[in-house]
Design a binder for this molecule. Structure first.
Ligand code: ZN
Length: 207
């Protein structure tokens, strides 16, 4: 989730216009004339069995498209995205599937600077008001990282973003079906941070 509003041409437009844009993009892709670098021949090459080598859990932020920022072709990585890369049973089950059934050896949790989900959690804690609906789940899951970072710390946002990545990594390493493969070294769960300004991914705890 972005801390600032999107700059897409259809932001605030109609659903019909948004759908038309989306489908036009797919037609560019299929016709072999993509405007953003994807390759339809790669899709054809990967249309058989899949053998991905990593799964990346990231945020839904529209500025952080995971296949693009890692320059991965079709069939190379599995991608899961939720607001603030928050875990739930569907996310954990998906990762368990990829690791257990597809034999993927690497799980990366990727946070990013200026994350709107973490920012929203900071604001919710500051005013003491929990959002309604399922948004509450996101805030509840991110809140411990914000509290640990210190709600009154001027740098609470970047600090909480890093803590939240590390907490997510820690939770996944202890997951029922992941803990075993992690313990014997068949699977690694790592945390990373994406810099919106430079496009660079840095490992939070390299080595
Ligand atoms: Zn985010």
């Amino acid at each position: 989730m972005g801390a600032t509003s999107g700059q897409g041409r259809q932001a605030g437009g109609t659903p019909r216009a948004a759908l038309a844009d989306l489908l036009a993009g797919n037609r560019r892709f299929v016709s072999g004339q993509p405007a953003h670098g994807h390759d339809v021949t790669a899709a054809a090459a990967a249309s058989g069995d899949q053998q991905p080598y990593a799964v990346v859990l990231g945020c839904i932020d529209s500025r952080v498209p995971l296949e693009a920022i890692f320059d991965q072709t079709f069939g190379a990585i599995c991608v899961i995205r939720t607001g603030g890369h928050v875990l739930d049973r569907a996310v954990c089950g998906s990762i368990e599937y990829v690791v257990g059934q597809l034999g993927v050896p690497l799980v990366m949790v990727l946070g990013h600077e200026r994350c709107g989900a973490v920012q929203a959690t900071v604001e919710a804690l500051r005013i003491g008001r929990r959002p309604g609906g399922s948004l509450a789940h996101l805030v509840d899951e991110i809140a411990p990282a914000v509290t640990e970072a210190g709600i009154d710390d001027p740098a609470v946002l970047p600090l909480a973003i890093r803590r939240h990545v590390r907490r997510t990594v820690h939770t996944l390493r202890r997951d029922d079906l992941l803990a075993g493969p992690v313990a014997v070294g068949r699977v690694a769960v790592v945390g990373g941070l994406y810099d919106l300004a430079t496009g660079e991914v840095a490992l939070l705890d390299p080595g």
